[in-house]
Design a protein around this ligand. Sequence first.
Ligand code: UDP
Length: 381
Amino acid sequence: MRVFFLDQSGKPGGAELCLIDIAKPYGNSALVGLFADGPFKDLLQQNHIPVEVLATQAIQVRKESSLVQGLKSLVQLAPLITKVIKIAHEYDLIYANTQKALVVGALASFFSRRPLVYHLHDILSKEHFSQTNLHIAVNLANRFASLVIANSQASKIAFVQAGGRPDIIEVVYNGFETKKYQTDESDINKLQQQLGLQGKFVVGHFSRLAPWKGQHILIDALAKCPPEVTAILMGDALFGEQDYVQQLHRQVAELGLENRVKFLGFRSDIPQLMAACDLVAHTSISPEPFGRVIVEAMLCGKPVVAPKAGGVMELVEHGLNGFLMTPGEPHELAQIIITCLQETEITATIANNAQTSATRRFDVAIINQQIAQLLSHITSA
Ligand code: UDP
């Protein structure tokens, strides 16, 4: 099957990293069309996935855009849409991986008469999107998509609540190459040495820097923990959240935590960094659609704490394979960090349980089979 994937981003967020795993098995039968240049293109190339940057100009519309802004950007999109329609004729299926890709993919699907799949990586709610963008996403999916793949039950429920058709949506969790998360102990020791982490209790945070990802909650919690507790924060401000980055640095300075918090920027050695941590914290203050970081921590055999909301509830059972906290509550987070610091045996058992069940549940080969089956139903219909 020849699949034409579309993604709006030049930067590798969770949806883009997931797309790499989905597109890989198709080899040269796939093409990923991007609407922006950037490091995501390089990552696709490193994974031998054919890629083409289709837009020469940044698309202005944002998650919170109004109808007028949306219409203006549609005019701006005309050359891109024309290009996508032309390429789509050479493929069996259009696979839109983001919202703007859905807009372009829907029109291309109509004109090229190729079926459209929309991979929904978001919780379509007013907390995350403007009313206009919600309407556009749901109506285009309802009208043009043969299939919507939701990354969790939480994303599926939000789609249906926003007016999405329940008969076209299926839940498929993100898949992971589980072997990638088995790391070499000597590499980890070296990394700990380089980062000055020896003898510390290290809490890792692995999300792009954005207010809703709640890095400030972890920093607040840290101030309530014993001094050997240190945090390392991986990730960049992918979508221009520079004010938040400055706010985080100010918060660290005000709390006198300069020696206990390290910002490491965007990193590609996630399994090694996770292995160098004692606990991975996920602190989103709005419901997380899935939370790749949580599964990755589990696969590394590391305990994970995450907020009780959204897709996280489908991944973590408190006290069995991880810890759940009330979103936005640094006191509770601090308490869980202290429990992990003190109750090492129970915590290790929880992390081992998590590793075993995550390896079974999220194996990329099985997840890709599920997707392949869904796609074959569509193209044979
Ligand atoms: N990530 C990364 N480098 C970093 C920080 C994060 O590769 O420095 C990866 C992380 O391992 C995860 C993804 O970015 O696979 C984030 O996905 P998640 O679902 O947690 O959040 P999203 O970005 O989709 O909101």
